[in-house]
Design a protein around this ligand. Structure first.
Ligand SMILES: NC(=O)c1ccc[n+]([C@@H]2O[C@H](COP(=O)([O-])OP(=O)(O)OC[C@H]3O[C@@H](n4cnc5c(N)ncnc54)[C@H](O)[C@@H]3O)[C@@H](O)[C@H]2O)c1
Length: 328
């Protein structure tokens, strides 16, 4: 077999994939890839478990189709393009791309990744869906670590667009592009970051959750009140804007003043970030003066505010249409 030169990876189109671990995430990822035209081999711990998972994700696809969440014909595509393999080795043998989605237990990940590394071709790219484990540690399961990196989907994979792309220090940068192209074909939005425990998504999400539990423990608010406040105040902004554009719009001097209070009451844990203090000292106060974290030009500000207002208005309408989440 002709091995791909590294430069060949850049132009490569992924046509076949294997998903190892056919639970919540593996099943959802299999649906996503199949619906974008990729032939998918599925492998769970035992062949009967793989068969059962395949039946589950076909019937789930039928339900999604009935509910109008998948296009007409989608379940048939999943039935045709997703195949239950007899073993991990059989699943990955001729795959252009393998995604590992077994439980978040290092020993299981290592043993499964080692089996994958022994069975793939020299051209196969391997991703891990780990939520938090540093990729460099998982890479130790491989002899050639250059074609392995984190490809972290969110749950539910069919409906959440963002995917974290996490190369470790020995990943060949050229192998990232074909996977990013495959993800875009599947309607996903990849974003690259560096290898660090918890990556971006979970590090931020867990800090929020930790602080929320602390508020409950301190008796400041109930879990119900915190959930309500999060989704009706700053959470209302998050479908459209990340923390930096929000800070730039709010005014970095406003943030710096608020951090003074936070530091007085919570100490070093919530002191003023150095980056913020430096920008304020230079007069970079966000969209209102001098630019900020994102350097949004002052000519864009009116357009941005108008977009923001339209976005929040539309979101309010959507929430009214959907009704409240059935949590009580
Ligand atoms: N559930 C989430 O919200 C979520 C979101 C993003 C990422 N993740 C990550 O995705 C990965 C999978 O999580 P999940 O929620 O799908 O778990 P899950 O328990 O639903 O699925 C894991 C699957 O792996 C299978 N498995 C166990 N040992 C195996 C082996 N030796 N060989 C092959 N298959 C094996 C299990 O039978 C199961 O079907 C984890 O790393 C998790 O952290 C989960």
């Amino acid at each position: 077999m002709r091995l791909l030169k590294h430069t060949d990876f850049m132009d490569r189109k992924i046509k076949t994939a294997a998903i190892v671990g056919a639970g919540y995430m593996g099943g959802g990822i299999a649906q996503v890839l199949a619906l974008s035209g990729i032939e998918v081999q599925l492998a769970d711990a035992e062949p009967q478990m793989t068969q059962k998972s395949l039946l589950r994700l076909i019937s789930e696809s039928e339900q999604f189709e009935r509910d109008g969440l998948f296009n007409p014909g989608a379940a048939e595509i999943v039935r045709e393009r997703v195949h239950a393999a007899d073993s991990i080795e059989a699943a990955v043998a001729s795959a252009d791309f393998v995604e590992e989605a077994v439980p978040e237990i290092p020993e299981i990940k290592h043993s499964v990744l080692h089996r994958i590394s022994q069975a793939v071709s020299k051209d196969t790219i391997v991703g891990s869906n780990t939520s938090t484990l540093p990729i460099a540690g998982l890479a130790e399961a491989f002899t050639d670590r250059s074609r392995f990196f984190g490809v972290h989907f969110s749950n539910p994979a069919p409906f959440i667009p963002g995917v974290e792309i996490i190369p470790h220090s020995e990943t060949d940068p050229e192998v990232l592009s074909p996977v990013e192209e495959m993800l875009r074909r599947a309607g996903k939005i990849p974003a690259r970051l560096k290898d660090a425990a918890g990556f971006v998504l979970n590090r931020l999400q867990y800090v929020l959750f930790k602080e929320a539990t602390r508020l409950v423990e301190e008796g400041v608010a109930t879990p119900e009140a915190i959930d309500l406040i999060v989704r009706t105040t700053f959470g209302f902004r998050l479908p459209f804007f990340g923390p930096f554009v929000i800070a730039d719009m709010a005014g970095l001097d406003v943030y710096a003043a608020s951090f003074k209070t936070m530091e007085q009451h919570f100490g070093e844990r919530l002191n003023t970030p150095e980056m913020l203090a430096e920008l304020v000292a230079k007069g970079h106060l966000g969209t209102k003066a001098g630019g900020g974290f994102l350097n949004i030009s002052s000519e864009k500000t009116a357009e941005l505010i108008a977009y923001r207002n339209r976005a929040y208005h539309k979101l309010a309408e959507l929430l009214k249409e959907l009704g409240p989440a059935p949590v009580d």
